[in-house]
Design a protein around this ligand. Sequence first.
Ligand code: 4AD
Ligand code: MG
Length: 463
Amino acid sequence: MIHQGEYIRDILRGEVGKTVHAHGWVKTRRDSKGVSFVQLNDGSSFQDLQVVIEEGALPEEAMKQTTTGACVRVTGELVASPAAGQAVELKAKEILVYGGADPATYPLQKKGHTMEFLRDIAHLRTRSNTFGAVFRVRNALAHAIHNFYRERGFVYVHTPIITASDCEGAGAMFGVTTLDMMNLPRNDSGAVDYSKDFFGKPAYLTVSGQLNVEIFALSFTNVYTFGPTFRAENSNTPRHLSEFWMIEPEMAFCDLEGDMELAEAFLKYIIKYVMEACPDDLEFFNKRIDNTVLATLSQVVENNFEHVTYTEAIRLLEKSNRTWEFPVFWGADMQSEHERYLTEEVFKKPVIVTDYPKEIKAFYMRANDDGKTVRAMDVLAPRIGEIIGGSQREERYDVLLDKIRKQELNEEAYWWYLELRKYGSAPHAGFGLGFERVMLYLTGMKNIRDVIPFPRTPGSADF
Ligand code: 4AD
Ligand code: MG
């Protein structure tokens, strides 16, 4: 059997008089005198297909089972709809119930569920208006990303998920092992003997594909990777996931200015793309989730991003006369409250902060001549804070080796990364865009757990 019917999205645009087979899940059913109205949705569009069933037109047994949550196939004729907001509706002639849904226990009732409750039924929340819209937008966003890079001639690279090197040097990695936890092999000094482990050494889930994608940039010039990344930080916030998706472009013959240009063009492109691809879904978010979403998105597309150095940003924060939860001083890492102040109150638009102190940034960022800062850039967005983190990379062998040693990183693990600087090194730059952070921006959803199909966070890995 193959789905020979049409998507509801296409049926809604069909001609009056046409016979169609519609497949989908019943969102609601309303019975009035002599007629029943069933809202049918197959995920292909925000809008439901209204099925009109005249009393006695269909077998009683099938009608009994046609309740909220049931999966059905309806065959009938498209007729002009008197209802507002839809040109046609389906006059049912035949119904096949694939699977019923007991109204006494079906958890997804008409409305009024909290996001938390819906998270607990992630196997059914995908059928709700909100999550239908979220995951259609997510799909369009993924397409937008690939289109953007393909149009610019970037090569798409699949970087590994299991790795032996810590890209961010921050140690927030999940271990990957097949060792028996109850009976760990030990060496003479009592430490775990990883030579007995599956890969013969400690292995982890990657925090970023950057180090690998740099290899490809230094062969294919412009490249990107787009895949899942993992962070074992105990950050229980509405903006952090333990498993999230990241897009990481990397460009040879490119400095920080070029990197920032690409980041701005990229964000504008993908926002515009989704606005064109999913108008109904965004309309819904604007109406029901956050009524500033559409205005904010248009504003981002139409205006230039602001640029400030980290040093200037700290000065602005110090001048603000606010009491911060996290103290502000030169050298401090910026927290969400600071990022939001800059974007929402000072500049009222996305801001690119550059040249951070070297102590708070990763080892691979290019050292500035001042000896204190590195060629880093973070793109901060209103409501979200950091949405992109990037930098020009340190392409000088001696400088890089010195940094790895000073930060007491495992020099051996980075041998190949160092060799890239020994053989045909080139200036290069790149960044990472958090996929779910953009999703928050596009939808106005408040919690990052609600823009990924199956969220993984500290203490939670259901479904
Ligand atoms: O700033 P980050 O840690 O940068 C990197 O990983 C670099 N290697 C990227 C590069 O230059 N190629 O992460 C990049 C972005 C952040 O700006 C944020 O949007 C997102 O990834 N991100 C997270 N998203 C959700 N949950 C988390 N725990 C995240 N951590 C980072
Ligand atoms: Mg960052």
